[in-house]
Design a binder for this molecule. Structure first.
Ligand SMILES: Nc1nc2c(ncn2[C@@H]2O[C@H](COP(=O)(O)OP(=O)(O)OP(=O)(O)O)[C@@H](O)[C@H]2O)c(=O)[nH]1
Ligand SMILES: [Mg+2]
Length: 251
């Protein structure tokens, strides 16, 4: 058989599971650390429930994937997950799902592992969303997940630090509502409202115009130049204000 014919015959198998995101759909990708419970609690022993070193590793990973070749306009991280919003016109890899997933999981895993100094990996899923409102809903959903997880984690570790074992702490919180959990923390001297915003709402990463001081060697002068820089926002807005904030990236 001629190679060209053989190649065509084999490609049919290789491409049988290929999928593409339709042109009018918004693309969000969520990356999630694999077995990060073991990594954070047993292997690296990060501070619980929140560790600034772990937070900074996640933020640096978000920045790294936002600059790896796709047009990503907003990044969001909470816990061990990262959500990425693509520019509506992004057409990298012809919007092929497998290329988007494998490339981003690879880039995130490599960046995080290099910074940590040991192997850690992320999985990836593409979430196609039909309109701007659903994009905003998506990010509000992840922010609410962050809130819930954060309240629960603070309660769990407050109980653990008071001597409860894994089972006792889990049982104590099972089926309990938000006021109960707030009260539990309050009794232990923690006012949930006063905890840092990034622990409750997560962190946004996006481009911002900043003024940078530079040096012009010809005129021998210090000059101010405009630069677009990726910044991490540790106090992102909440609720309706967050909806407007998200819509701003795609309007
Ligand atoms: N100690 C510590 N743990 C953290 C921190 N941030 C996230 N984690 C942990 O990261 C884990 C993330 O949870 P999951 O993604 O649901 O669990 P996983 O073990 O990664 O499992 P898979 O994602 O299914 O592979 C939880 O155990 C969190 O407690 C942190 O700042 N400090
Ligand atoms: Mg995980």
């Amino acid at each position: 058989m001629r190679f060209d014919d053989f190649d065509k015959q084999m490609r049919v198998y290789e491409e049988s599971l290929d999928q593409y995101i339709l042109p009018d759909m918004y693309i969000v990708v969520r990356l999630d650390g694999r077995s990060f419970t073991k990594l954070t609690k047993e292997i690296c022993k990060f501070e619980a429930p929140f560790d600034i070193k772990f937070r900074d590793l996640m933020v640096d990973t978000v920045k790294s994937v936002m600059e790896c070749g796709f047009r990503i306009i907003y990044g969001y991280t909470e816990s061990d997950e990262i959500s990425l919003l693509f520019h509506p016109d992004d057409n990298t890899f012809g919007r092929k799902v497998r290329k988007i997933n494998t490339t981003l999981a690879g880039e995130a895993s490599a960046a995080f592992s290099l910074a940590l100094g040991r192997v850690a990996t992320f999985d990836s899923r593409v979430i196609p969303l039909p309109n701007k409102e659903k994009v905003a809903d998506y990010f509000i959903w992840r922010q609410e997940d962050s809130h819930r997880n954060s309240l629960n984690a603070h309660c769990y570790w407050a109980l653990r630090k008071d001597g409860a074992n894994q089972n006792e702490a889990t049982l104590e919180l099972e089926g309990k509502d938000v006021p109960f959990k707030n009260e539990l923390l309050f009794k232990k001297g923690i006012n949930y409202n006063d905890l840092p915003s990034w622990q409750k709402r997560g962190i946004g990463v996006y481009y911002k115009d900043v003024k940078k001081e530079g040096y012009n060697p010809i005129s021998n002068e210090t000059v101010m130049t405009d630069r677009r820089e990726l910044i991490a926002d540790y106090e992102i807005p909440l609720g309706d204000e967050y909806r407007r904030f998200i819509l701003n990236f795609i309007d």
